[in-house]
Design a protein around this ligand. Structure first.
Ligand code: HEC
Ligand code: HEC
Length: 364
């Protein structure tokens, strides 16, 4: 009798334990004093468990149809989550048209991808690599249950349970976790930050300080499009109700002499079909820029030296200036030592701690 009762009570205890899962831990951002936290969607609050699960998924090839690539195959942590290849290659071997963006302070972006004015969250952006069919990136479309079955392991079930209280993997929670991980990739610890915000007057070299002054000058106009705490005009944070989404034509191409960009990528025009948007792209953050070569939406510029030379000549005007070119791309002359200073400053935007924190993860 007594034994039966004890077994009965014990089984109630065990069932009770399983039912009451621990609520997830709110995520701590550890941001410097000068940086406000980013906006986070109400239906995907930041938690330690969500970020940890997202990190596992980000590096896991199980997410691509043929298990050939993970998010990290195109977003390499040691390159600030950019891709050293000119353009990235999808799971089926198909080349994409664009160079993979670095994932640096994406949480602060006012718009996502190189040129899109209608993707308002990281959650929505992530559906593109997962589900895109033209070209295939990870090839999830039509293979959802296969991919979810790969995630149905004891370890993943435990992580899904800890993050979302539901141990069976589903695509919605996969996307939520990946978005939380991407949102957690914040970088505000460069030499520039130490110099500008942490009172370390020696964090930048005299040459870098000369470069800083050039960057923020009307001579080069860099700061017009790459200004603010994230070195892009296109940013927002938690106490900002309206975010501008600026896009610019930097005069890279002019295929027909009337301002066209190559058919493969016409920038914002490809989304809006408004002529005024021809060749317009988002100015990406320049944080960690020394690690993310090659540069520009199509990876067509190899080095920072060549990027500065490109701006110095006012874009590519082999034949005629692109009529949609921004008035801030007017060209300038720098002496050799000024050019070296500007580039040295751009190197001062590298955040070694950010890279060290994220670089060594392999599939667990
Ligand atoms: C096959 C290569 C490839 C894979 C795999 C890939 N990406 Fe990307 N990613 C890109 C490219 C290229 C872009 C730029 C896309 C554009 O501008 O249209 C990009 C852009 C992004 C952006 C937008 C960043 C910004 O600043 O706007 C995010 C976020 C992102 N990827 C996250 C992910 C996640 C999460 C995964 C895994 C589910 C992933 N990517 C898998 C190539 C890839
Ligand atoms: C009119 C706005 C504007 C100005 C001024 C400007 N940029 Fe840019 N920048 C952009 C845009 C837009 C892109 C993306 C262009 C593309 O890919 O077609 C870009 C891209 C870049 C990139 C490549 C980023 C990457 O991730 O590949 C670098 C580096 C850069 N700019 C540095 C500078 C420097 C240095 C200056 C000053 C000499 C400058 N920019 C001035 C708008 C601007």
């Amino acid at each position: 009798m007594a034994i039966a009762l004890r077994t009965f009570l014990l089984s109630i205890f065990i069932v009770g334990l399983a039912a009451c899962s621990k609520p997830p831990t709110p995520y701590s951002w550890n941001l410097p004093h000068n940086v406000p936290p980013p906006q986070v969607p109400n239906d995907n609050p930041m938690t330690e468990e969500g970020v940890a699960l997202g990190k596992k998924l980000f590096f896991d090839t199980a997410l691509s149809v043929n298990e050939s690539i993970a998010c990290s195959s195109c977003h390499l942590p040691e390159h600030a989550f950019a891709d050293p290849r000119t353009v990235s290659i999808g799971a089926s071997g198909e080349a994409l048209t664009r160079n993979a963006l670095a994932l640096v302070n994406v949480a602060y972006n006012a718009s996502f991808t190189w040129a899109h004015n209608n993707l308002d969250s990281i959650e929505k952006q992530i559906l593109i690599p997962l589900f895109n069919e033209h070209p295939v990136e990870m090839g999830v479309t039509g293979n959802e249950s296969l991919i979810l079955s790969r995630l149905n392991t004891p370890a993943y079930r435990e992580s899904f349970k800890a993050a979302y209280g539901d141990s069976s993997p589903n695509m919605n929670n996969v996307v939520r976790a990946l978005a939380s991980y991407v949102r957690s990739l914040v970088s505000f610890n460069s030499s520039f930050d130490k110099y500008a915000y942490a009172g370390d007057d020696y964090a930048l070299t005299p040459q870098q300080i000369r470069g800083l002054n050039l960057f923020f000058s009307e001579r080069t106009e860099c700061f017009h499009c790459h200004g603010g705490v994230n070195f892009t005009q296109s940013s927002k944070h938690s106490s900002q109700s309206f975010a501008d989404q600026p896009f610019h034509n930097t005069g890279m191409y002019n295929t027909d002499g009337m301002g066209s960009y190559p058919k493969s990528d016409m920038g914002l025009y490809s989304i809006t079909h408004n002529k005024a948007d021809m060749g317009k792209f988002r100015a990406p953050t320049l944080r960690n820029i020394a690690l993310t070569a090659p540069y520009m939406h199509d990876g067509s510029i190899e080095t920072l030296e060549d990027v500065v030379a490109f701006y110095a000549r006012g874009g590519n005007k082999r034949d005629k200036i692109n009529p949609y070119r921004s008035p801030f791309i007017k060209g300038f002359r720098l002496t050799e030592s000024e050019q070296a200073a500007l580039i040295a400053f751009l190197h001062g935007l590298t955040d070694d701690k950010f890279i060290d924190t994220h670089k060594v993860h392999k599939k667990e």
